[in-house]
Design a protein around this ligand. Structure first.
Ligand code: MLT
Length: 324
């Protein structure tokens, strides 16, 4: 009799699961952003989440869970029920650099999640307070070297994009500025605009409006070509800095174990967002790089995560950010 009941219960569970997947979503979906509101991860999450809400027919609600370079929020999301009602916006820091910097990381970027897809690529820009006493990148680097620990570099916590690309920058240039951690580069940008902090390497979608508005200054963009959103900002190579080319990326994940139908609906909603003209314009105007075709989707993101973890570990070790 007991065996009969357990078979019936299992069957009921399957039926319930299948039914819920067919009618998913029946309530709002939480997208965890592992940094403070107003920063690049938050901005991208709100832009793509806005259009995903329309396709899914339920609100994608952003929940900012900051701390530990984004790993606090991602750890929370990794432990959520895999029912499609909790997803997350991760990135090159939380799903690339973090394992090298957090030996006891409570998740494995390549195995603790179901990938949904890339949201946007984000070139890195070297930005400073607007009255920084250097007229171009060469003068900026000379001033940094002459003032070393007296200059302050902002970042969003060990392992964040601004931290890992900042560590790479200091290693390439050969400087040791004082590093100032924030709960996101949204708050860091406020201090940069008020001159409380000297510089940072940040994702273009966060700093493009302030650069255009003249409230901060950009010395270079760390990509082979200039950004259409910042046509007057030279590349690092043009400005005389060899060996510093780096872009970040932001992407949507769910906890491991999503029902296939639920995952497919989330993949479809993200894909539709990236194909929507208004959503694309909002991302492109901020200097975001939109993945096309084969770069989109869960398989491409899974491959990217695996390659990024492999890439960043030796880079951060060589930069001295990781105890060998
Ligand atoms: C970072 O990794 O620096 C974060 O993206 C900053 C943020 O989104 O606030």
């Amino acid at each position: 009799m007991k065996k009969l009941i357990s078979i019936a219960a299992a069957a009921l569970g399957l039926v319930a699961g299948a039914a819920s997947a067919q009618t998913y979503p029946q309530r709002p979906i939480t997208m965890i952003v592992p940094f403070a509101a107003g920063g690049p991860t938050d901005v991208i999450a709100r832009i793509v989440g806005d259009h995903m809400s329309r396709t899914l027919g339920q609100q994608v609600v952003i929940e900012n869970v900051a701390g530990a370079g984004g790993t606090t929020g991602i750890t929370r999301a990794a432990g959520a029920a895999p029912d499609g009602y909790t997803i997350m916006m991760g990135h090159m820091g939380t799903h690339g650099a973090a394992p090298a910097l957090y030996p006891n990381l409570k998740y494995d970027p390549a195995n603790s999640f179901d990938t949904i897809g890339m949201a946007a690529g984000t070139p890195i820009v070297i930005v400073a307070k607007k009255d920084y006493p250097a007229g171009d990148l060469k003068a900026f680097l000379a001033h940094l070297k002459a003032n070393d620990t007296k200059t302050n570099m902002a970042h969003a916590g060990v392992g964040s994009v601004s931290h890992s690309t900042g560590v790479l920058f200091t290693s390439v240039v050969g400087i040791k500025p004082t590093m100032v951690a924030y709960r996101g580069t949204g708050p860091a940008l406020n201090d940069l605009m008020s001159g409380q902090v000297d510089f940072m390497t940040d994702q273009i979608v966060n700093v493009a409006p302030q650069i255009t508005g003249g409230t901060i200054r950009a010395y270079a963009i760390a990509t082979p070509q200039r950004s259409p959103a910042l046509p007057d900002v030279p590349t690092t190579k043009e400005a005389g800095l060899e060996g510093y080319e780096v872009s970040a990326w932001n992407a949507v994940f769910g906890p491991k174990g999503l029902p296939a139908d639920v995952r497919a609906k989330l993949v479809d909603a993200l894909n539709k967002a990236l194909s929507d003209e208004n959503t694309r314009k909002r991302l492109l105007d901020l200097g975001g790089v939109i993945p096309e075709g084969a770069e989109r989707g869960p398989e491409a993101l899974q491959k990217l995560v695996e390659s990024e973890v492999a890439r960043w570990t030796p880079v951060l070790k060589a930069a001295g950010a990781v105890a060998n």
